[in-house]
Design a protein around this ligand. Sequence first.
Ligand SMILES: *Cc1c(COP(=O)(O)O)cnc(C)c1O
Length: 371
Amino acid sequence: MKVPFLDLKASHNELEAQLNVAFQKVLKSGLFIMGPELDAFEAEFADYCGVKYCVGVGNGLEALHLVLRAYGIGPGDEVIVPTNTFIATWLAVSQCGATPVPVEPRIDTSNIDPALISAAVTSRTRAIMAVHLYGQTADMDPINEIAAMHGLVVIEDAAQAQGARYKGRRAGSLGHAAGTSFYPGKNLGALGDGGAVLTNDKAIVDKVRRLRNYGSETKYQHDVIGYNSRLDEVQAALLRVKLGKLDAWNCRRAEIARTFLGQLHDCGMELPHVPDWADPVWHLFVIRSPERAALQSFLQANGIASMIHYPIPPHQQGCYAEGRWGELPIAERLSREVLSLPIYPTMNTKEVAYVIEMIKNFAQLGLMTRM
Ligand SMILES: *Cc1c(COP(=O)(O)O)cnc(C)c1O
């Protein structure tokens, strides 16, 4: 049996007719940038996330970058970022000319450890990037408390958490503003690049709308140095179709995760920890194993794809070689031990059972060689 890491084709097959209709509608309209599909998607996705406003932009990195710009964050400012995240969280801060200040995660959830944030706050700190990694939100109440105490802005990186909830509220509605990504592999993915800013703050929305469109509100009138970073009509129309499936797809991911969690204990690996307050959407199912390389090759030899999120933490990347980051042992340990198992909405019961069986076989082999 072959189990891919993700199967976008199968998900799109379920919606092929509707996606074709949506595409045809845009094709026939002749409107391709900043039209009615974008307006409709923005309203629908804001509603889905439980916020007043959504602004579609070119991709997730731009969403985070533009939202930081909208808050006026720039050179001389510091922004707290998790050490364990996709590089884009850090790049957004650097693109503004601000300095990322890394904070380690909790080893059990892999998300930023709120208990370590206060020690990283200085007189230059302006914001905290709260990343909801792997589909589970960060622990937002303590993060928001620390931010309120120091007058900081809380920006969620919700790229991996579309639909996830924290104490009943959706990712994207848990801080001052959020950036999300519609990269094809995300839980809500476009058929190309896309992203969005979410917030209840009208002033921030107005700024992001200007920044994404050459710094212009009125055509050919440019008030600030802006960018070209828009979510086009085709992607907005396709995303509207896919948004209709998001909850069902997230439910199926959760079912698979429950099966993994129920069956994979005692296999010599750490399973993801889900706190009481979390309702994750399982963008990734990430286990930790001290024998990761052997496990990954064993799975591969048996037709099961897996991936590493992420093999090199941001502070060890070439682009950040000049920073003095100090010791960040938890992120480094995660980068050595994490392995993402296949999880996707069309993964069937047989495939799930096969992955479990193979992991159990691997664990058995380990026991035998140790005897
Ligand atoms: C995917 C991702 C981004 C960036 O999104 P793009 O649309 O690829 O630019 C940012 N942060 C996290 C955590 C992501 O997973």
